[in-house]
Design a protein around this ligand. Structure first.
Ligand SMILES: *Cc1c(COP(=O)(O)O)cnc(C)c1O
Length: 376
């Protein structure tokens, strides 16, 4: 078996290491597309480190392009945004009962409350007034207060607001068909949301900011927009409804660390699952499944080198992949693009998702921690 000697790092240290570069211009272009489709306030959802693109980088780009709010799924993420100097209103959801009310109030973080227990735990703490968004289950059965407990939640919120322990600043829901362009299927969630808002108003809690839609609803169904829409995937170039082509907001590059000319019949990688059909050149890139390259992928998977697409061949290893570059002997140190926004020979995150039988979200959130981060 032909053995490819592999150097993971250049001995000279001159290679640009594997890098995930975030492109704020992509976020800005996506914000412009979103703003063309809604007049509602836009919340930039930057959970999971801004879908792998860097929460602060994405947040700053989105705010500069007109977002009014930020959203996270934990108080810690929200506090980190404050620590980075971001002043916009922030909402956090997926809060367990027992969330630190004092920390929320001190950092001016609004807290979504999806159950009587969660609200009870906030009310039990003696903290400055915490702003809350009552979170109704609008068909997801994953988060939010079920209809059967909604009146009890509102009654408790009213008591808390009178005592100035909480202030009801919003009402939210979430659509279960987040990956469909289907207004008919959304209609039940929209009706649930309207009823939830009506009940809050009827309880004398004013007219809090109402928000239901994520990227898909925003792009495909104006009836879901209410006062604010919550955009995560769309910021980084993913339209879950697959109806709008958005702009990629990141580029993953890796240097060629080894190139070899091999004969026809050379097995490549673990198990020799790929055997060269003819004399060719193989190049090694120092990224593998530990860096987020999907181990399971179709034979179409490829990378861009020098403006051409070349196939990834053999098994994806933990730390490296092999590319068949045919007649090209690619010089060591040449930068390969695993994915990027450019189109043409450069694969997109949508290409990788298709090759791996997954959704682009898992590609961008799966890039490993040892891949260097940068911002264009
Ligand atoms: C993640 C999330 C969003 C954003 O969804 P996208 O489809 O990524 O835009 C909105 N709302 C809630 C409750 C979420 O958890």
């Amino acid at each position: 078996m032909n053995q490819i000697p592999v150097t993971l790092e250049s001995r000279t240290g001159t290679f640009r290491p594997p890098t995930l570069q975030t492109l704020p211009v992509g976020v800005a272009a996506n914000m412009a597309m979103i703003r063309a489709r809604t007049r509602s306030t836009i919340m930039a959802v930057v959970k999971a480190d801004g879908y792998g693109h860097g929460a602060v980088t994405v947040a700053e780009a989105a705010l500069a392009a007109g977002a009014g709010w930020l959203g996270t799924t934990s108080l810690e993420e929200a506090t980190a945004l404050r620590a980075a100097g971001l002043a916009a209103p922030i909402l956090t959801w997926l809060n367990p009962a027992g969330i630190d009310a004092e920390q929320a109030a001190a950092n001016r973080v609004d807290v979504a409350v999806g159950s009587v227990d969660e609200l009870g735990s906030l009310l039990a703490q003696s903290a400055p007034t915490v702003r809350i968004h009552l979170y109704a289950d609008t068909g997801m059965s994953r988060g939010g207060c079920p209809r059967s407990q909604w009146d009890e939640l509102i009654a408790l919120a009213r008591r808390g607001q009178r005592a100035r322990t909480v202030r009801v600043a919003g009402v939210m829901g979430h659509l279960s068909l987040a990956d469909h362009a289907d207004p008919v299927a959304n209609a039940a969630g929209v009706a649930d949301m309207r009823e939830a808002v009506r009940a809050v108003r009827a309880a004398g809690l004013g007219s809090p900011l109402a928000h239901l839609a994520a990227t898909s609803g925003t792009l495909t169904d104006p009836a879901t927009h209410f006062g604010m829409v919550r955009i995560g995937a769309g910021l980084v170039g993913i339209d879950p409804s697959e109806t709008v082509e958005m702009h990629g907001a990141s580029r993953l590059t890796a240097p060629v660390v080894h190139t070899a000319a091999v004969k026809a019949g050379t097995p490549v990688g673990y198990g020799g699952t790929y055997v060269t059909e003819r004399a060719t050149h193989l190049s090694v890139l120092p990224v593998g499944y530990a860096d987020g390259i999907p181990r399971e992928r179709s034979p179409q998977a490829g990378v861009e080198i020098g403006g051409r697409r070349f196939p990834v061949v053999g098994r994806v290893s933990m730390d490296q992949i092999v590319v068949d570059t045919g007649d090209e002997a690619v010089p060591v140190g040449t930068s390969a693009t695993v994915f990027g926004p450019d189109g043409g020979a450069t694969p997109t995150i949508q290409d990788w998702a298709r090759w791996a039988g997954t959704i682009p979200h898992t590609i961008v959130t799966g890039i490993g921690s040892r891949v260097k981060r940068s911002t264009a």
